[in-house]
Design a protein around this ligand. Structure first.
Ligand code: HEM
Length: 617
């Protein structure tokens, strides 16, 4: 696996005098001072010392060899973005540096790749320049985390990100033009304090605005400097999201559920910070990024990851495996070492196949029958259960969306959009559950004798340990803490279920929304029975005013249907159990079918049923 550094910078050896070309002041220019040394100036202001690694591929390659880095993906420096200048000037500037990057890569012995820059103040021009650059051999684009007052959720920028996904372009978001500089005049504080906050702002804007919900999942986007302060303050964001409706924004899911939508680099310069970052984001989301060859970059590129305590498989991901995915690079092309120029990227269809997208090979490796010799029907037994678990995953995903919509509706009771969205997702949940009820028939093609032939191998594994089934119950509002005991052997499942116990359920979100509409008030000190009655009467009031509440009645009907279908699931499961093992005990130690029959009375939304009785009063 090649070691790939996705965040480092270049400056060409020289470039034209933009101030003279455009007749506007304060353009960056390069002042060569000594052999291999230069200063970047902005107008007549000193900006940064740099050295020849910035422009000389030979020097860069030597230092990469020293640090055992196979590939570097170079990008320009934000000071060259020119987002606040006329489009023609910024485009001219972008083209010049984009072509200069390819020129440097052309002398990189196949080990240097590049990200382009675009005049982000003009989305059409940006899309056009990105497409030109992708054809010319760039692997993606580096953009700033904002455009003046506009954050990354600006509709124009979101359109550009769509275009990046369409082009298969990797996007590196770099903080720049840091806010609050008048309060940070000294000590590089804009870099050490402002930049991390800017990056955090970029990520949070994409999440809370709902931009990630709209953007295609194949968008590959990475935030520099470990995502700034995002990971460390994610708990704060999540807490605000959970407890303050105004902190919700427009996203479908809680903030923590968006971590698989973006990458961060490893430029955090502290072993414990890296450890925390990887634990928060996941080892598949962090990539080596050094900020080389600038003074604030990593000295000894990759040493932070190499010296960490991660398992070698994780280190491989961090050092290069993730970057290959992020960049859409093929492993072979990075191993050649031949002195060919960077090749134009192939069409996306060539990169992503049906199998690679759906992980078919991995999926087909996941069935491990226990019987020896293998019993023919054990494969069916495993696949039916796995299919159930996949659908449970989708149900959890959609029910989380239902909770988010109901909560958004509580925050804005006048809007109907969120109510329709909740009803739409609930319809999907009922359709999935209908399939889940039907699916038991497939397992009933297995003779009881055939199941008994391998049943002994399964103990003590049992359906009691289906974490996702229990999560579904908890998420819908049936929170029975006792059931946690079956998950003690798997701490992750235990922690996830504990989280579900704490989080608002569909039941909570539904009645909170009715409360926000003024339909539900529960007097202080009311008994459990009185509370239930008040909730049922709130539902009743909706049905009694059908004309005004069609949308809410649709939600009620869907919830009722879902409740009904889950009971059907329980019943069909009992029938299956009796058909296969009669009245025997379960592998989980319960009384089997007679225990399961007790669960038939469980209802997620008893108030919806109670309201029906009240209607006939
Ligand atoms: C041969 C087929 C099956 C038999 C004999 C069977 C048997 C049982 C038994 C006896 C229990 C009670 C717990 C125990 O003592 O182990 C149980 C629970 C459970 N089973 Fe099955 N099962 C079968 C298929 C399935 C399938 C296909 C699913 C799909 C996911 C499933 C999901 C569950 C779940 C989620 C529970 C816990 C239910 C609750 O606590 O309310 N089972 N099963």
């Amino acid at each position: 696996m090649p070691v790939i550094d996705i965040h480092n910078h270049f400056f060409p050896r020289t470039w034209p005098d933009f101030a003279a070309r455009f007749g506007t002041p304060n353009w960056p220019w390069i002042k060569h001072t000594d052999q291999g040394k230069a200063e970047i100036m902005v107008g007549d202001r000193f900006f940064r010392h740099i050295y020849s690694a910035c422009w000389d591929p030979e020097v860069r390659l030597q230092e990469m060899d020293r640090d055992r880095i196979e590939v570097q993906v170079i990008s320009a420096t934000p000071v060259l973005f020119a987002y606040d200048r006329p489009t023609e000037h910024a485009l001219d500037c972008a083209k010049l540096f984009n072509d200069a990057a390819l020129e440097i890569c052309g002398h990189g012995k196949g080990r240097l790749k590049s990200l382009c820059q675009v005049p982000l103040q003009d989305i059409d021009a940006s899309c056009e320049e990105l497409s030109r650059c992708m054809r010319a051999g760039h692997l993606g684009v580096q953009i700033g985390n904002h455009l003046g007052e506009k954050n990354l959720d600006d509709p124009g920028i979101v359109t550009f990100l769509h275009h990046c996904a369409d082009e298969g372009a990797a996007v590196l978001v770099h903080p720049w033009d840091m806010f609050g500089q008048s309060r940070m005049p000294r000590y590089m504080m804009p870099w050490t304090v402002g930049m991390p906050a800017e990056t955090q702002l970029g990520i949070v804007a994409l999440i809370l605005s709902g931009a990630f919900d709209k953007l295609p999942k194949n968008l590959r986007i990475c935030f520099a400097h470990g995502g700034g302060s995002f990971a460390f303050l994610l708990g704060r964001l999540q807490n605000a999201w959970e407890h303050h409706p105004i902190a919700h924004g427009n996203c479908d899911l809680p903030p923590k559920r968006y971590l698989d939508r973006f990458y961060v680099d490893s430029a955090v310069f502290d072993g414990r910070a890296l450890q925390f970052l990887v634990e928060t984001m996941g080892a598949e989301r962090v990539m080596l990024g050094s900020d080389y060859p600038f003074p604030l970059g990593e000295h000894g590129i990759g040493s932070l990851i190499r010296s960490s305590g991660f398992a070698s498989a994780e280190k491989e991901l961090l050092l290069g495996g993730n970057a290959e995915k992020f960049l859409g690079l093929r492993t072979e092309s990075t191993h050649t070492g031949a002195s060919e120029p960077a090749k134009p990227i192939e069409p996306r269809g060539d990169q992503l196949t049906y199998s690679s997208y759906l992980r078919v090979p991995e999926l087909l490796q996941l069935q491990h029958p226990q019987s020896r010799p293998e019993h023919h029907d054990e494969l069916l037994f495993i696949i039916v259960h796995q299919t159930y678990e996949l659908w449970f995953k989708e149900l959890l995903h959609d029910l989380d969306g239902v909770v988010a919509s109901l909560r958004a509706s509580a925050a804005n009771p006048k809007s109907h959009d969120h109510v329709y969205e909740a009803a739409r997702l609930l319809r999907r949940c009922t359709e999935i559950t209908r399939v889940l009820v039907e699916q038991f028939t497939i397992l009933e093609t297995m003779l009881p004798t055939h199941f008994l032939a391998f049943r002994g191998k399964l103990e003590p594994a049992s359906g009691f340990q289906s974490e996702q089934f229990r999560e579904l119950e908890f998420l819908c509002g049936l929170k029975d803490e006792k059931m946690l005991r079956y998950h003690r052997p798997t701490p992750e499942a235990y922690a996830q279920l504990e989280r579900r116990l704490r989080e608002p359920s569909v039941h909570d979100a539904f009645f909170d929304a009715l409360r926000a509409m003024g339909k539900l008030t529960i007097p202080e000190g009311a008994t459990e029975r009185e509370r239930l009655d008040a909730r049922a009467r709130a539902v009743l009031s909706l049905y009694r005013d059908e004309h005004s509440h069609r949308d809410w009645i649709d939600v009620c009907e869907r919830l009722t249907e879902f409740d009904e279908l889950v009971v059907s699931w329980r019943l069909r499961h009992i029938q299956l159990v009796e058909r296969i093992i009669g009245m025997r005990m379960g592998t989980g130690g319960s009384a089997g079918s007679s225990y399961l029959k007790l669960t038939l009375d469980k209802k997620f939304f008893p108030e919806l049923w109670e309201a029906r009785t009240l209607l006939t009063e």
